[in-house]
Design a protein around this ligand. Structure first.
Ligand code: F2R
Ligand code: MG
Ligand code: MG
Ligand code: MG
Length: 305
């Protein structure tokens, strides 16, 4: 585990988010008809400035709490999410209501529990969990507990909590791997899944050829769909960051989030240099924002040693 991989993870996540964001919500056919092949889109995105979204904003919040407290303090995390809230960053509709409740001093725990039946199973818990994997990469049991805690501040549904655990485990696996066998990666995650939804998705992912199965899992906001698809995007392209996020963006749907999650795993495996300079250069106010994200990655690296 090198500092370079910590940087690759958080920068790869943020750049994946910002590169996928312009086409979030569009379907694959529309993206293809407007922009051609996804790898061409990634080589030359259709906007000059790549703006990050809630995925990055909330990951920054998780990293800030870990740096300040050394663990996930759920009250501090909720407060940080509230303080960092920027309505222009494209939050989920439930998340938006919850963040308003936090800022208004309401009982956010109760609010989170009743937001949707059983709580939210949106992918918002998984999309921001990478810093937890970086901080606790040397202690997998603790990492899983902290990942669950980081989800619970906003997402109390068991699928969302499982999604955060599994995404953290995927980042940790990539961070420590010296070579990447896609089948072993997927089997590792399948064996950690605790919900029926993830067990089904990951069992299917392990049984079928990658190219046949990755189209089956879905690209919507539900955690078990987009998180499985993100894992597949990495498993299909372990040696290439651009191919990983292009596979994510080309499928359409929740493109920012799937590219962020897959990009974070890819960066954790390949390191910072794998994230193209051209994309980093176009990242909004790149010097300031990527510098801040890099500082958080360095602090998580130091704290984890
Ligand atoms: N929301 C978006 N994008 C749409 C708008 C962006 C657009 N480009 C723009 O220009 O504004 N993106 C962000 O939201 C996702 C993360 O969502 P999160 O944080 O999990 O939010 P939420 O609201 O808790 O859940 C998302 C949706 O999932 C459905 N859902 C969740 N739990 C449910 C349950 N128990 N029962 C039924 N449905 C449930 C709801 O539709 C929620 O709104 C990321 O894509 C991020 O980028
Ligand atoms: Mg390291
Ligand atoms: Mg987003
Ligand atoms: Mg999204």
């Amino acid at each position: 585990m090198t500092e370079d991989r910590y940087l690759g993870c958080l920068v790869g996540h943020a750049v994946g988010d910002a590169t996928g964001a312009p086409v979030e919500g569009l379907d694959a056919r529309l993206i293809y008809s407007q922009f051609g092949r996804a790898i061409e889109y990634v080589a030359n995105p259709p906007v000059e400035t790549l703006c990050y979204t809630d995925d990055t904003q909330m990951s920054i919040g998780v990293a800030e709490v870990l740096v300040e407290f050394g663990h996930i303090d759920e009250d501090a995390l909720a407060t940080t999410f509230g303080n960092n809230y920027d309505p222009d960053r494209g939050y989920g509709q439930g998340a938006r209501r919850l963040l308003h409740a936090i800022r208004d001093g309401e009982d956010w725990r109760e609010f989170a529990r009743t937001l949707f039946p059983g709580g939210s199973y949106g992918n918002g818990a998984a999309m921001r969990v990478a810093p937890v994997a970086l901080r606790f990469a040397d202690d997998p049991e603790r990492m899983m507990q902290e990942a669950s805690a980081s989800a619970r501040a906003t997402h109390t549904h068991e699928i969302a909590i499982d999604s955060a655990r599994l995404m953290a485990a995927a980042v940790r696996y990539a961070l420590r791997a010296t070579s990447l066998d896609p089948q072993a990666f997927l089997e590792h995650l399948r064996d950690l899944a605790t919900t029926d939804e993830f067990q089904w998705q990951l069992n299917t992912a392990c049984k079928l050829p990658l190219e046949d199965s990755y189209v089956m899992f879905g690209t919507g906001l539900e955690a078990h769909r987009s998180v499985t698809t993100a894992l597949m995007c990495f498993a299909m392209n372990p040696e290439s960051y651009p191919d990983t996020i292009a596979t994510a963006i080309g499928r359409g749907g929740d493109t920012d989030t799937i590219a962020a999650m897959a990009g974070g795993i890819s960066g954790a495996y390949l390191g910072l240099d794998a994230v193209p300079q051209e994309l980093r250069h176009r990242f909004e106010r790149q010097a300031k924002d990527l510098e801040y994200i890099s500082t958080l990655a360095r602090k998580l690296y130091s704290a984890s040693q």
